[in-house]
Design a protein around this ligand. Sequence first.
Ligand code: ADP
Length: 504
Amino acid sequence: MGDYILAIDQGTTSSRAIVFDKKGSIVSVGQKEHEQIFPRPGWVEHDAVEIWRNVQEVIGLALSRADLTRHHIEAVGITNQRETAVVWDRRTGEPVYHAIVWQDTRTQAIVDRLAGDEGVDRYASIVGLPLATYFAGTKIAWILDNVDGARERAEAGDLLFGTTDTWVLWNLTGGTDGGVHVTDVTNASRTLFMDLETLEWRDDILADFGVPRSMMPEIRSSSEVYGYAEDSSLLRETPIAGILGDQQAATFGQAAFAKGESKNTYGTGNFLIFNTGDEIVRSENGLLTTVGYKLGDQPAQYALEGSIAVTGSLIQWLRDQLGIISSAPEVEELARGTEDNGGVYFVPAFSGLYAPYWRPDARGAIVGLTRYANKHHIARAALEAVAFQTRDVLDAVNADAGVELSELRVDGGMVANDTLMQFQADVIGVPVVRPVVAETTALGAAYAAGLAVGFWSSLEEVQDNWQEDSRWEPAMAEDERERQVRLWRKAVTKSMDWVDDDVK
Ligand code: ADP
């Protein structure tokens, strides 16, 4: 029996392979960024072929850095950027178009057409989601509508759809030679096509979108053996035994298994997930209803989610588009050049506003500018925007759940930022807690795979691995907190109502 589990984390900015031991500690990591392709304003693409190449490379890196071979690996788990849509030819294995990334807003016209008179909540009682450009379904429809010959090929049964979990699994298990075409319930719950109760595709919704069912992967649990790595792979014959969308994986990696538990991940975007157990809770405050996880034959566990499109990517924007920092961590130093935001608020509505506002007509705005404002204020306002957006989502969770969260478990790339974490505790008024293993996304996928093959025996065993690393206590006076939140919300109103017919 192998001593380790390997997790593949196919993220928005990079792909990682991480080897974990039985304690849930990291043994080795391979990581590689892929190109972010921005062909037009609002469009975001990835090259799925590059992603698959990187995944293979990082698996090799992770194994070789720890001097391991496939014989040491008991099982493989996959976690992935959710909603990003890949459509490829089942006979050649070639994508018919770049992957359309979750942040991409090109499908607004499709959303508007489908919403028609019934509005964006047309399918919400079935799928838990409003119609929005964010979800994979609209992206598949766009590819079929816009790529030459795609619709005919799809209708002939030649094309397959997958989010990147499915794309990686299909390739890893043989691709054109017997690749397994499967996704898990958490990824399926982000397409707009899965019925939350039956956990099956809805033929009526697929028909409304014009998507042939033959393209869709089979929906399976998050923890079971889907197949084995093919012969030419470094992982030959190793079972692939866990799939969780990245946010659900992070929740799993934080051991937030029980109803009422939650986590907030600070990555490219921010995602707060609140576990509602086996109950499907419909939000009245702008949150999504989604599947949290499903272990083999056991009942699905559901969650409420607050998705924020732009948080870490705002820091990337400061680096790449504005050039006021040369690496993401530098934002902290720049922000510390001033004691406060100098009255500047930055609403990063680059893809409109997601939870809890859901305003596709919003666009980014920096408000409160005076001659006094400088790059330090902009950097601080950018960090604060991450915390304020989380506060908005947390208020929605508290309202939907009817109980106040007593602390916030956090993870993701941005939680290395102490200034941000302190400000976060200040504006929500409850402690912020970071675990020792901040790579909760990959860890969650490893847990799902390890539980399926008996590497870990129970959720309790996994829970015992969770350990607190740091804690930030709120230190801001209540009246200052409320003043800040009031000004932030005023700034949010200034970002709205920007997109007209002739403004994209
Ligand atoms: P993802 O999984 O979505 O690719 P990660 O969890 O790896 O994202 O987080 C990376 C994001 O965190 C990037 O958008 C980057 O700009 C941001 N980031 C990384 N380090 C810092 C830091 N010290 N301060 C602020 N932001 C950071």
